[in-house]
Design a protein around this ligand. Structure first.
Ligand code: AMP
Ligand code: ZN
Length: 141
């Protein structure tokens, strides 16, 4: 995609600080460094989001992630890692070339925060069964 920032990084038209590359992906440091070592893994082919990916393609993107995560953890002595992928503007996606964030974690105040609010006061067990049926009915081969 000519107008895609991450395609430009893949083509070398925009500089990046690369940490790993194979036939399918490149991994480079996120310019925002939410925490030290914050890395992005992107496919070399342009896909906008998870909805454009099939299982084999997403497997090829995720295959090197354990070893990249392990390397980041070892390099900075991180205590944990968040692996995040935002799909769609409402989900926080700002660059519309599929990417996976690897965010090493050091402590609760290290700069990264994911807020999961429990809303089960709004739903019943029957609601959950109905949600599950709706989703299951939409799973396609
Ligand atoms: P998202 O909000 O999930 O779409 O994440 C996009 C990420 O791309 C953000 O964390 C940005 O900091 C990062 N980013 C934007 N431009 C660059 C760049 N030129 N090099 C590295 N990372 C970038
Ligand atoms: Zn792209």
């Amino acid at each position: 995609m000519t107008n895609c920032l991450f395609c430009k990084i893949i083509n070398g038209d925009i500089p990046s600080v690369k940490i790993f590359e194979n036939n399918d992906i490149i991994a480079f440091l996120d310019i925002s460094q939410v925490t030290k070592g914050h890395t992005l893994v992107i496919p070399k082919h342009h896909y906008e989001n998870v909805f454009q990916l099939d299982g084999d393609t997403i497997a090829s993107i995720f295959r090197p992630i354990p070893k990249i995560a392990e390397a980041i953890k070892s390099a900075f002595n991180a205590n944990g890692i968040n692996i995040i992928n935002n799909n769609g503007e409402v989900a926080g996606q700002t660059i519309f070339h599929y990417h996976v964030h690897i965010v090493p974690r050091y402590n609760e105040d290290d700069g990264f925060r994911a807020i999961y609010t429990n809303h089960m006061d709004k739903y019943s067990r029957e609601d959950l069964v109905e949600f599950a049926k709706r989703i299951t009915d939409n799973i396609k081969d």
